[in-house]
Design a protein around this ligand. Sequence first.
Ligand SMILES: Nc1ncnc2c1ncn2[C@@H]1O[C@H](COP(=O)(O)OP(=O)(O)OP(=O)(O)O)[C@@H](O)[C@H]1O
Length: 489
Amino acid sequence: MNRMGGDRRDTGPVRLNIARVRLPLTAVVAAWVGRRLAAGVWWVLRRPGAVTVVGLVLVALWVTVAHGPLPVLAVVAVAGSTLLIWSHVHPGSFAPVVVWRARGLWRAGSVYRWAWQPAMVATGLAMRVDGTEYLPRIVSVSSTQSVDRVRVRMLPGQTQPDWATNGQRLAQTFGAVDCRTRSVPGKVHELVLWFLTADPLTRPVAPFEPADPPALKGLPVAKGEDGQIHRVRLLGAHLLVVGATGAGKGSVLWSLINALSAGIRDRLVQVWAIDPKGGMELAAGADMFARFVYGGTPDGGDDTAYEVQFAQVLEDAVTVMRRRQAALRGRARLHTPTTDEPLIVVIIDELASLTAYINDRDAKRRITAALSLLLSQGRAVGVSVVGAVQDPRKDIISMRDLFPTRILLRVTEPEHVALTLGQGARDRGATADLIDDATPGVAYIGQDGVPEAARVRFTHVTDDDITTLVQRYAPRAAALLPGAIAAVS
Ligand SMILES: Nc1ncnc2c1ncn2[C@@H]1O[C@H](COP(=O)(O)OP(=O)(O)OP(=O)(O)O)[C@@H](O)[C@H]1O
């Protein structure tokens, strides 16, 4: 370490003007040895894994020399069989604790530290001051099945975008599929480079077993690039889902419903579903919803009647919100769902049908007013809105900034990335316009306060899964509100 915060390499000539300094030679040598020793200790402290391995090898050699090979072979046999049994009995814990750690250690030494200096120089991320080269420092390396996470301490003056723009070059240098940069909360000088060694999102993800009760602050709905479950907060949040036709908006909605299902059954959660496309997306789950309205009239009646129903459902949600606000005022800042006052999740497929493509002007005014109120005040009192839309432009969905969490599936225009995830999101790697149309359900999730969007793949809840879900988790009869609009038969 040094005042640049990085690793220093002296590349210029050493300038020791003994005549001018007039220090005795022994003092100069002692100072030099002291500095080297301190650097050696610091080097050892920063590599506990490597030092442990070297230590173990030395102990094994000493024991072998002193007592022959048998004790070491016995220890190796016992350790090997323990690992073998562990890997068979509990592969879920064996992989992260043993395999990934070993892989992290191995790749730290053989890939990242090995090629770090040339990579930093080639990408312009190293600095040279007065003939001395300063390198950003590797703080740690850890691995999962598909990602190596390299934590780095940046040099003064560097920012995350300096690294993000070099993502492709870093990936190429270290032989990775891609490289993403993630900031570290509370550590402005550090960032984490995610080197993708394989893409775990190319294959569909089966729905996860719903937790009982659901973790409303982190619903397991998708798989992340590190191959781990990715969670999305619903309590105290609203979610906007944006994606072109066929991008998998339905799978986002169903992944959420799947994760909520035990709460729906036990009346801790109510889903109020609005499906303007004639119930095409959500009708199969109608028995799980406390309220369900859909567009179109099966008998060919008045086309605008259902628009009034949409307005009515949203206004009813506002009424619940107002009542809860009055009850909570001065007592709590975030509603806790109970069976009497459940979390209400208003799910709207094709939000544009309510905000832009609507015929009845009075219904439009009522919908806009109610939605604005729910989005600006509903989340603290347990009324969350989840809306899906194909086109994120302001004239289609003027309230998009009121959604703290935004999920961007495949889109057709690069501009849709900035409109949904904010300016600069595409430069930081959220290339949703480049998502392959053979991978529906792949999305970038952006959250207020988090600079980088996370790339994930939502679970694929098939029609058969929905049938099973309804059979297992349709709420007990008491959950249906009096006056709930009839579900599709
Ligand atoms: N997460 C997923 N994993 C695998 N396949 C998926 C996933 N999500 C959707 N699909 C498949 O992709 C196709 C389109 O999905 P879906 O209908 O959900 O898209 P959409 O965005 O809702 O489209 P639209 O706007 O036209 O309704 C379907 O055949 C579906 O089975």
